[in-house]
Design a protein around this ligand. Sequence first.
Ligand code: ZN
Length: 326
Amino acid sequence: MADPQLLSNVRALVGRQYGRVYAWDEVNAPMIRQWCETMGVDNPMYIDPAFAQATRHEGLIAPPAMLQVWTMEGLHANNYPPGSTDENPYEVLKEMEAYGYASTVAVNSELSFTRPLRLGEKLYYTTRLDSVGEEKTTALGTGFFVTLVMSHFVEQASGDEPVGELLFRVFKFRPANAQPQPEAPAPVESATAGPKRALPGISDDTRFFWEGCDKGQLLIQRCCACQTLRHPPAPVCIECHSFDWDTVQASGRARLYSFVVMHYPEVPPFDYPNPIGLVELQEGVRMIAGLAGVEREQLQIGQPLQVEFQTFDERLTLPLFRPVEA
Ligand code: ZN
């Protein structure tokens, strides 16, 4: 049974309207083109100005499914344009967390549209806490279905026009295997008890690699029949199909073949920005690994690297690569 105080607090929030969140940019052709490219959409209504001009819309329109795109914050969380509300439309979820309903899973999202958006239109949305269902028990746990509705408008001198809605529903729950919380709201979990790094799935084909890491050795699989090196580990030689293999210890010298720098979302337990390299070992095989001791600005394709081993959470040793002098 849910705490009566929680139910009372939640019911007081249902129906609440939250203020405007403005779009950074007006509806524009470059963003439409890039979105279509990314999504594999080639409808000329969206990307061919001459074609679009000849339609009843008399110009390019935005794909309806882009509705939410226009009002997104961008790379940095909660970075909305000036004038946007600083209210938190998800405050009801925080209320539930304080009573032990710690987990969230998105259930469904529905977009509905009134009309297509044209170039130059400027959007904002407001949010309404539409409903919170009765407490329910599912396979995941016990909790509440919470539904928010974001109503999107185009700003117009003659009066703002509704153009579409986004319904967003989550299940906010106490996991089935969790202990019930005491009466008082639970304290925020301590900073020292953060998540640990996920352990690798280890098989008979890959065990040698992780055992090598534990000993500070970077081991590469080698075909006994034709001597071809391979990584990641696999049961069969890609060149001669031999199942016989042994390993050689790599020198640890490598070059940066490519890289990404993860910025967002920031997922514990990793540090951000988080540079990850595709490195080419001196022996010729490539592997993906974290990069140590580098700034984004210093990363250069082809730069020399040296392996080092770091142990995380006192249970997982990983090879990382650090820039060295040529
Ligand atoms: Zn072979």
